[in-house]
Design a protein around this ligand. Sequence first.
Ligand code: PFF
Length: 415
Amino acid sequence: MSENKSRFNSRFAAIMAMAGSAVGLGNIWLFPYMVGEHGGAAFIIVYIAFCILVSLPIFIAESTAGRVSRKEGYSIMNKVAPVTILASFIILSFYSVVGGWSFDYLIRSFAGGFSGKDIAEAKEVFAGMNGSVVENVSCMLVFLGMTAMIVVAGVDKGIGRFSKISIPVLFIMVVLIAIESLRLPGSGKGIEYLIRPDWSKLDGPAIAAALGQSFFSLSLGVGSIYTYASYMREEDSVLRAGGWTAFFDTAFALLAGLAIMPAVFAAGIEPGAGPSLVFETLPVIFSRMGVVLPVIFFLAILIAALSSSISLLEVVVSWLVHSRGMRRRYAVLLVFFSAAFLGSACAVAPKVFAACDFLSSNVFMMIGALLFALITGWILPREEVMRHVRYRFAYALIRYAAPVMIVAIAVTNLL
Ligand code: PFF
């Protein structure tokens, strides 16, 4: 195992890269809808509590494992590698399909492709794009190619530099959309949908959804956080990185809700989730608000998706480089072609897409998160772990609460 010398050259770069991994499609097309459907503020409170008590400790466990792994003799990645590499590779493949759609829609909105269209017409556009193998696969390849270009440039010069610039810009763009959206007459109903607490909707599935979403949203269990933490400078704290990442991720999810739901309700349309919300409803609504807004919106989605996909590609590349001694350039190429293959299958066969999504979020991510919690909580020497974790209650959360909650949520989701 060659010693890992790649580094982020500043704390800011490391935190922006981690925040970039966390902020992604999950915040935009899943979170706002989930909040509305599962009881508004009631769901938000449970979500934040889970973030702090379960997901943040797992984040700290995973990043501590990453930090410790730099030392000779602690190459934990070899123990968890099969699970995390498979998980990140599979997520990368189907994530790239959606990343490709965002690229496609960015180009379409540049060309004013949605002005004057209604929802029925937008549905046809989406079905047409989705049904065209050539368009679907080539956009996926463009997205994967962009991901590879950032990663091949290196940890600090590629990933760090991209994140330092794009994440602050991404926040500004979402704030701008939220301001426009909140100014629309009738937008208040959207805020009500997001905020009005309805505790009766907070049932078992809602609670399971909150925890599952906070795992996915914080990129836990697939090695992204592990890998980025292994690139942090010695003097930078994983606790602080975890706190900031959780804060940015939640803030961004709430902002995305404020950008999306007020506009949807102002237009008198039922909100949906996933592709129908982002690629059918929103292009139409934002096009009614001017030509620039759809461009900003799809650019924001593209950046959010890219900053997550680079963290997925880097997991596999880092392992090939540091554990298999491969040159970075060749590792990126190898993963690019393999992900292009599985990504093409996801692009043309919705069943493959759904299977990849299900397997990675409900099985591999859970096993990965459990392994990181157990390794940091029970296997690594306590003194070594405490140098990073610092607080005894955080250590206790990693040892006891996290594993129990992961098993509970995995069982609930699979039943
Ligand atoms: N956190 C990303 C999102 O919310 O869209 C998804 C993700 C990225 C999961 C990277 C896992 C990962 F390693």
